[in-house]
Ligand binder design. Structure first.
Ligand SMILES: C[S@@+](CC[C@H](N)C(=O)[O-])C[C@H]1O[C@@H](n2cnc3c(N)ncnc32)[C@H](O)[C@@H]1O
Length: 206
């Protein structure tokens, strides 16, 4: 089947993406809402959490993505494959992740992944980068005690910038890791590894 065609990058600060989402009600999207939740922010086509949802039926997986056609396609594939522990949401995480997660029950969010976010290389575009203080605060607020946040990128300056924002958050502690702790790689990770380029990874816990 043909892949859904989308713009390669979208500007999260453009008026089109300034919408206010409805808070997610996990009882409406997962068959067993009380399962531990894994949130993947900037999931693109969502293949990472698709495969994770197949391997780990005892967890729920929520993908957040700003390119809506990918969200529609992801939810269609989840339905067709009877993955009742997998759901995707159209959301601009830079602006309104807090609103999306507003009604999330406490002590449900166990894992958060942010993998290869768009680097926005130019200085004048720095504000478009996804990992900013407000996003980290939202994630920390909802993360359960001892929950984990995994961040990876192939862009060195972005790794330094993102890891510093996480390190500055007083609610988090960094954990040493020797590689990717998950059994599945994202599409971007596979592409980077095929080119033998370095990947910068960090893990934090609450
Ligand atoms: C380079 S891709 C990486 C995708 C995937 N995580 C991977 O590792 O293959 C970055 C993704 O983040 C999404 N994204 C960028 N800004 C976003 C935002 N503000 N909110 C939600 N998703 C965003 C992009 O649309 C894109 O799908």
């Amino acid at each position: 089947m043909a892949r859904v065609r989308v713009h390669q990058h979208v500007n999260p600060l453009s008026p089109f993406y300034c919408f206010t989402p409805k808070p997610i009600e996990i009882g409406n999207v997962f068959a067993v809402p009380q399962l531990p939740l894994h949130l993947d922010i900037g999931c693109a086509r969502g293949r990472f959490i698709f495969k994770m949802a197949e391997i780990f039926p005892e967890q729920n997986f929520l993908g957040v993505e700003i390119r809506e056609p990918l969200v529609v396609e992801g939810n269609r594939l989840a339905r067709e494959n009877n993955l009742t522990n997998l759901h995707y949401e159209f959301n601009n995480a830079t602006r309104s992740l807090d609103r999306l997660l507003e009604n999330l029950p406490v002590e449900v969010l166990q894992t958060v992944t942010i993998q290869f976010p768009d680097p926005w290389y130019k200085k004048k575009h720095a504000k478009r980068r996804m990992v900013r203080g407000n996003l980290v605060e939202t994630v920390v607020e909802h993360l359960e005690i001892a929950g984990r946040i995994f961040v990876q990128t192939d862009v060195e300056f972005l790794a330094e910038e993102m890891f510093e924002i996480f390190r500055d958050n007083r609610g988090l502690r960094e954990i040493e890791i020797s590689g990717n702790p998950f059994p599945i790689k994202t599409e971007r990770e596979i592409a980077v590894e095929e080119k033998n380029l370095p990947i910068y990874r960090a893990m934090f816990t609450k």
